[in-house]
Design a protein around this ligand. Structure first.
Ligand SMILES: [Zn+2]
Length: 280
């Protein structure tokens, strides 16, 4: 098994070539030798069951893995909103399941005015509650919680790994751009990337680490961390070429989603080609 490469949402080129609906994306991705599509439910889940099933059929036909990103406004640090937050996860998980997918990416939350410890405790309880509901609903979906790019957000690498250790059902979504931005440009050499992978592997074990979900793009950051995701070739880091050989050598076999805005398909192809070159 090797790592799979895909896109978050449809790229500009997909539309420029005359495609209109996501259901058309799977033949298109297959033609470009890509393996995965992440459906961005960032602003909410408004997909009909019919569309979800249609997408699932097309994805299966072209052997494309479907993953989904739950809404951005989920915040498990706020216990007052627990019910809504769980509902958003549940809606995302149901749509993902109808699309035939298994991986659901979730942002844990934001600290807001809370003490960090309190926010973390709330998040842990909220995530646990949400996982129980998914189990009760018998939805065969795995939650991947994401490392975030701003200090006020819950989910630096230590925190994400702490949550993943505390519940065997939780897996990490490692967003290398966010780690780079949060730490003021910390990923500049192969060894910098290796240290991140070693931390994940030591913390949650190799079996679980190997399955991690990866988000990769270039990123612009400032004193307060993430400013915006960038496309390749604009001079922003981090550099995937430093990470590619490590992912191959260490046997990673999850899914890598490219979050470049507009050129996600082209940048994902660049990454996949580089990864394959690492094998030679
Ligand atoms: Zn995300």
């Amino acid at each position: 098994m090797s790592l799979k490469f895909g896109v978050s949402g449809n790229s500009d080129s997909f539309y420029q070539e005359g495609n209109k609906r996501t259901v058309e994306a799977f033949a298109w991705l297959k033609d470009r030798e890509l393996d995965a599509f992440e459906y961005p439910f960032g602003r909410g889940v408004s997909m009909s069951d019919e569309t979800a099933k249609e997408i699932g059929k097309e994805a299966k036909k072209h052997s494309i893995i479907v993953t989904a990103h739950a809404p951005y406004y989920i915040n498990f640090a706020d216990p007052q909103r627990l019910e809504q937050n769980i509902a958003y996860c549940l809606q995302s998980a149901k749509a993902l399941n109808l699309m035939g997918g298994k991986r659901l990416v979730v942002h844990v939350g934001g600290q807001k005015k809370l003490n960090r410890e309190v926010a973390l405790k709330n998040c842990k309880a909220g995530l646990y509650h949400m996982l129980n509901i998914l189990e009760e609903e018998k939805l065969p979906v795995t939650c991947f919680i994401e490392t975030m790019g701003k200090p006020g957000q819950i989910g630096n690498l230590d925190e994400i790994l702490m949550f993943c250790r505390s519940d065997e059902r939780l897996y990490p979504c490692i967003d290398f751009a966010h780690i780079h931005a949060l730490n003021q440009g910390s990923l500049n050499s192969e060894d910098d990337f290796l240290q991140v992978l070693l931390q994940v592997e030591d913390s949650i074990g190799m079996d679980k680490a190997k399955q991690m979900h990866i988000h990769f793009s270039a990123i612009e950051y400032g004193a307060k961390g993430e400013i915006r995701h960038r496309i390749f070739g604009e001079g922003f880091g981090p550099d995937f070429f430093l990470l590619a050989p490590l992912l191959y050598q260490r046997g990673y076999e999850g899914v890598l989603i490219c979050e470049s805005r507009g050129t996600q398909a082209e940048d994902a192809q660049t990454m996949k080609e580089r990864y394959i070159l690492s094998k030679i």
